[in-house]
Design a protein around this ligand. Structure first.
Ligand code: GBH
Length: 463
């Protein structure tokens, strides 16, 4: 039996996010977030599920970390809840919130697990939304940098791997364009571009602060963007152009400003005045503002030149505002699907990594999320989930191939450590490698996790 061995120092971990696992939303001085409000609004989240308890990680983090240690996991990516640290968005710091994360970080380090900390994974303090219009306010970068300052100051002695934002595409398109994520805005698609713009400025400002004020902490800082692969439907030039355009609207939107200094030309041409413009000072602040390329990747679609004008704003999965990019997305009926209806296309991950490598001049890449939802029952204490095991095995094999092709992939975080609150889908979708029994909060290690734990410990996949 041969083995696919990963590079030395390859970072292996699992990932979660604060609102999806913590619960304890009214404890420890935490303020409300936009997700608390959306969960209590009928019709927004399936079954009106909410994050009030979630995986009760707020009370059980020590046990969860012991389990990670037992499984031999080496790194853990999690996010800080801004409303736990600064409940009103800006102003007073909540010392109880700082103490909670401080203890969690110490506990990880004691277990020999390296923390990778995301500052913002979608749980914006509610006050910033209700009183100040949230992400579209040009003051957002100042609030975000002030919050980041507190985090660097309090945790930066121990945390050396920072991620400013998780998937600003989702915050913008799903939160302000299509309106299926908090704050569920769907008034005007221009708001999606406005939100993205302030998110990028906020990211740039936080990184500038980290590099100037906290240089002595000697950590690294970057951003995580999400992108699904777009494969041309045919090899016609027009379909190839449609796929390329779609990727530029999806990932180029956020990464071109960081690696090239401005939005892609195709977006400036097609979106026109609805796309905000960076000042020269913004460009200088944002360009070069990521020490590594954080990528969340889940699926693939086929892209083609539309036969008639695209008028729908919410074509499933489109990498932007559909009518602006004018791309038709379809699927190959032979592809397998997960419980999210997302296509399982492992080779799409390798093509995307290669695309990033070429477009952004060979950056060091960390896959900060990759995973799948399958609901598998626990029978006699066992959760046997071969589909998830195959998903991870096939995607990791494809990514290993990309490394062999020269891509500088340095780490991989499986989404997710445990089943958790899946946003508008509530608790109906299970992405965990550990099963969460929501009535007892019992954790049951799935068979896919047993396999993954071997991969992590051997730094290799057995073929
Ligand atoms: C991530 O986002 C989030 O960071 C995480 O919190 C979440 O729990 C996890 O994924 C699972 O959902 O309509 O078939 O074309 C995922 C970003 C963007 C990936 C949209 C899938 C559309 C698939 N997603 N994309 S499709």
């Amino acid at each position: 039996m041969s083995k696919l061995v990963f590079p030395d120092q390859f970072v292996w971990g699992t990932a979660t996010a604060s609102y999806q696992i913590e619960g304890g939303v009214r404890e420890g001085g935490r303020g409300p977030s936009i997700w608390d409000a959306v969960c209590y609004t009928p019709g927004r989240v399936l079954n009106m599920d909410n994050g009030d308890v979630a995986c009760d990680h707020f009370h059980r983090f020590k046990d969860d970390i012991s389990l990670m240690k037992e499984l031999g996991l080496k790194a853990y990516r999690f996010s800080l809840a801004w409303p736990r640290i600064i409940p009103a968005g800006f102003g007073d710091v909540n010392e109880q919130g700082v103490a909670f994360y401080s203890e969690l970080i110490d506990c990880l380090l004691d277990a020999g697990i390296t923390p990778w900390v995301t500052l913002y994974h979608w749980d914006l303090p509610l006050v910033l939304q209700t009183e100040f219009d949230g992400l579209i306010n040009p003051d957002f970068p100042d609030w975000f940098a002030a919050y980041a300052d507190v985090c660097f100051d309090r945790f930066g002695d121990r945390v050396k791997n920072w991620i400013t934002l998780n998937e600003p595409w989702c915050s913008s398109v799903l939160g302000y364009g299509i309106g299926v994520h908090a704050p569920c805005r769907k008034m005007d698609t221009a708001e999606a571009y406005m939100a993205a713009h302030q998110l990028l400025r906020g990211h740039g400002k936080a990184v500038q602060l980290y590099r100037s004020k906290y240089q002595s902490q000697a950590g690294s800082i970057g951003i995580t963007n999400n992108c699904d692969w777009r494969e041309p439907l045919t090899d016609a030039i027009t379909d190839q152009a449609a796929a390329q355009r779609s990727l530029e609207f999806f990932l180029g939107w956020f990464c071109d400003p960081i690696y090239k200094g401005d939005y892609p030309q195709v977006m400036r041409d097609m979106v026109g005045d609805r796309l905000p413009k960076f000042t020269d000072a913004d460009k200088a602040m944002i360009k070069g503002s990521s020490d590594f390329f954080g990528l969340n990747h889940y699926t693939t679609m086929l892209a083609s030149e539309p036969t008639e004008q695209v008028v729908e704003r919410n074509i499933a999965g489109n990498g932007g505002i559909s009518e602006d990019q004018n791309v038709t997305l379809t699927e190959d009926p032979s592809w397998q699907k997960t419980d999210m209806d997302w296509n399982v296309v492992p080779w799409g991950s390798a093509k995307l990594l290669k695309w990033i490598d070429e477009r952004y001049d060979h950056p060091p890449i960390y896959v900060t999320e990759n995973g799948c939802a399958y609901d598998v029952p626990v029978i006699d204490g066992v959760c046997d989930d071969p589909q998830r095991l195959d998903f991870f095995k096939s995607y990791l094999t494809a990514m290993h191939g990309a490394i062999a092709d020269g891509v500088d992939l340095r780490g991989y975080f499986a989404w997710s450590f445990m089943d958790n609150f899946e946003w508008s889908w509530g608790y109906t979708k299970r992405f965990g490698l550990v099963h969460t029994d929501y009535s007892t909060q019992q954790r049951i290690v799935k068979n896919s996790m047993k396999w993954y734990s071997q991969v992590v410990q051997s730094n290799a996949i057995a073929e």
